[in-house]
Write a protein that binds this ligand. Structure first.
Ligand SMILES: NC(=O)C1=CN([C@@H]2O[C@H](COP(=O)(O)OP(=O)(O)OC[C@H]3O[C@@H](n4cnc5c(N)ncnc54)[C@H](OP(=O)(O)O)[C@@H]3O)[C@@H](O)[C@H]2O)C=CC1
Ligand SMILES: Nc1nc2c(ncn2[C@@H]2O[C@H](COP(=O)(O)O)[C@@H](O)[C@H]2O)c(=O)[nH]1
Length: 327
């Protein structure tokens, strides 16, 4: 691997603007059979999304992926979403009961529009088998498989039938995989995304490590169709994590899906808990993301997301923030 870099090492180079207002730029994206307002999806984690947020996002035209940590609610969740005419987008693991769950959905003719296979090390026989199982029983469902960090993994999961792959092993804010195992794309997630996207023939979702809205545009430039984000979505008033007050300031808890707080035990822990500053309503962040992406598109010299994919860039190793705090 040559040219290893991460989000903070890159600046995109502006091209001549062709719109008279940023509002003329369209940041919507197609994934599978549906078009969504933004190329952004909140992480399928228990402190990031719940049924209320999923419903709100679906109603407003944003993509969402419900987490898999209350497995007994998933079937009724799909029913509830479909009863409202909304898309159902759920997560599964790879244990034997998950095979039965997929079969049960098929038997009841409940077909989620999207299923995400949510596993730490997605380049595995377990994930390949699950892709094939879903495709056998729910052939109409769009399958997102992950997480992976190499072109070989992208090719194998696509070959097994995945409709999209999710890239990112260890770049997450509450991730400790890189520390505990020495493996992953932490510190070079953007370069790993580029490496994987070049091998992909289907959409790639960049997962983890997004710290600013500009990082969304950079992900698009380096091959992502969409980005999955945890920490930037953890602090909203709607966020499911507990709210705590410290020295008169409000914070929300954000913990990893492989943390002891999620697992309820200290076994194979690869995630931690942190507190993020409370920051108001989720819709405000989504609106700001939309405006920032519209602006990014205008800097790219176009009027839609595709224009970002073609801009030049420079590598300015770890220096673009000039030592400033990001916010
Ligand atoms: N994106 C990322 O960088 C990471 C994300 N996570 C998140 O944490 C959650 C838990 O993930 P995960 O532990 O995969 O899910 P599960 O705890 O559901 O494990 C799924 C199955 O895969 C097995 N398994 C897990 N990791 C490995 C491995 N490295 N090698 C072989 N078998 C393995 C488990 O067995 P056993 O437990 O016995 O090994 C289990 O049977 C997920 O939501 C995932 O997205 C976790 C780490 C990294
Ligand atoms: N290594 C771990 N990664 C995790 C864990 N829980 C979630 N995740 C991944 O992080 C992203 C979100 O990253 P962020 O930088 O936007 O906060 C999420 O989508 C997962 O892929 C975990 O316990 N360990």
């Amino acid at each position: 691997m040559e040219n290893v870099f991460d989000y903070e090492d890159i600046q995109l180079i502006p091209a001549k603007c062709v719109v008279n207002s940023r509002s003329a730029c369209d940041p919507s994206v197609k994934l599978g059979n549906h078009t969504f307002k933004l190329p952004v999806v909140p992480a399928n984690m228990q402190t990031i999304i719940d049924e209320t947020i999923a419903t709100q996002l679906a109603k407003e035209g944003y993509f969402y992926v419900m987490h898999r940590f209350e497995p007994e609610t998933r079937l009724s969740f799909v029913e509830k979403m479909h009863a409202q005419g909304l898309i159902a987008s759920i997560s599964v693991g790879v244990k034997s009961e998950e095979y039965e769950f997929v079969q049960m959905l098929a038997t009841k003719e409940l077909v989620p529009e999207y299923i995400t296979i949510d596993i730490a090390h997605g380049h595995s026989t377990a994930v390949i088998d699950m892709i094939q199982h879903i495709k056998q029983h729910l052939p109409e469902t769009f399958v997102i498989a992950g997480n992976v960090g190499t072109p070989e993994a992208v090719r194998e999961l696509e070959h097994a039938g995945a409709d999209a792959t999710k890239v990112g092993i260890g770049p997450g804010k509450v991730c400790i995989t890189k520390i505990k195992t020495g493996f992953g794309t932490g510190g070079w997630q953007l370069a790993a995304l580029r490496w994987c996207a070049k091998a992909a023939s289907k959409p790639v979702i960049a997962d983890g490590g997004i710290r600013t809205h500009g990082d969304i545009a950079k992900s698009i430039r380096f091959g992502a169709t969409m980005v999955m984000i945890g920490s930037l979505f953890a602090g909203h008033e709607e966020s499911p994590g507990d709210t705590v007050e410290r020295d008169g300031k409000l914070y929300k808890e954000y913990f990893g899906s492989a943390s002891e707080y999620q697992k309820g035990e200290k076994k194979n822990v690869e995630g931690k808990k942190m507190y993020v500053e409370h920051k108001g309503a989720l819709q405000d962040t989504l609106t700001e993301m939309e405006q920032d992406l519209q602006s990014a598109i205008s800097y790219a010299g176009g009027s839609d997301l595709d224009s970002i994919r073609h801009v030049d860039y420079v590598i300015v190793k770890n220096s673009i923030f000039n030592g400033d705090k990001v916010y």
